[in-house]
Design a protein around this ligand. Structure first.
Ligand code: COA
Length: 260
């Protein structure tokens, strides 16, 4: 499959998806959103892909937001549809049962910050910059920014970022919990791959169960969430991977998981 706005490279079980419009700082136009949806479907359906690194092309940007040129020509009906399409696409990424790491290599503004937040884990290069500048354009975030940001960094910090449109650097993003780690730019992809390979050495069904559980527990009352975890725990205990993982520990050897 070929893409006009993405690079899609699969190597040893890891798909690296690169938003590839560097002349527009990888801004999200309709074609990028469509292709990100296609990429998410491909990732879900291809058993050769076990995990994903999502990044941006060029030295400056991860994604500098929705394409403002395209946005400027919209109207309320089309803007609502555009928001739904982007939101649903990002949700597909978030619901991936294969781990997705955002390797944030520069500006992650507006839809770029929202895309990074829809990934399971965020690593930031030292030059990364984050922000939700939509209010400067007279809109609010449309791809989940006002929903995921408070969940990640807390309500007060999220409100400040959303209404001030201030841009923060990688260290500040780390301090408030928006990113998991800050690494030198030259090491971003290698470090993302190292982390992803460490995850992929674990039982894939158990990893998927963690991703699903963390998503599903949000919004559930505590007792219900704990009950759901116990059910999932029981389900995992019925897998061959569980038998292999426990046997490998007891036999002092590395586990060979099959995802079954
Ligand atoms: N949509 C469309 N085009 C964008 C874009 C976006 N979100 N962000 C950057 N670009 C384009 C610029 O228009 C410019 O194109 P041109 O060379 O054809 O004029 C090119 O990318 C380079 O950007 P430029 O602004 O010249 O780079 P800079 O280093 O001076 O500034 C930013 C970088 C990120 C601070 C600035 O581009 C910016 O503020 N972008 C918009 C961010 C935003 O508001 N995002 C939320 C959208 S909802």
């Amino acid at each position: 499959m070929t893409y006009s706005t993405l690079l899609f490279d699969v190597r040893d079980g890891i798909a690296t998806v690169t938003v590839n419009r560097p002349d527009k700082l990888n801004a999200l136009n309709d074609a990028v959103i469509t292709e990100l949806g296609e990429a998410a479907a491909r990732i879900a359906g291809d058993s050769a892909i076990q995990g994903v690194i999502l990044t941006g092309a060029g030295p400056k940007a991860f994604v500098a937001g929705a394409d403002i040129g395209e946005l400027a020509a919209t109207d309320p009906i089309r803007a609502h549809a555009l928001s739904r399409k982007g939101s649903e696409t990002f949700r597909r990424i978030e619901l991936s049962t294969k781990p997705v790491i955002a390797a944030v290599n520069g500006f992650a503004l507006g839809g770029g910050c929202e895309l990074a937040m829809a990934c399971h884990i965020r690593l930031a290069a030292e030059n990364a910059r984050f922000g939700q500048p939509e209010v400067k354009l007279g809109i609010l975030p449309g791809y989940g920014g006002s929903v995921r940001l408070p969940r990640l960094v807390g309500r007060g910090r999220a409100v400040e970022l959303l209404v001030s449109a201030v841009m923060i650097d990688a260290q500040e993003a780390y301090r408030i919990g928006l990113v998991n780690r800050v690494v030198p730019g030259g090491e971003l992809l290698a470090e993302s791959e190292r982390l992803l390979r460490a995850i992929l050495a674990n039982g894939p069904l158990a990893v998927a169960a963690c991703l699903r559980m963390v998503d599903e527990q949000e919004g559930l009352p505590l007792e219900e969430a704990l009950g759901l975890e116990s059910r999932r725990f029981g389900e995992c205990a019925g897998t061959a991977d569980f038998r292999e993982g426990t046997a490998a520990f007891l036999e002092k050897r590395a586990a060979a998981f099959r995802g079954a």
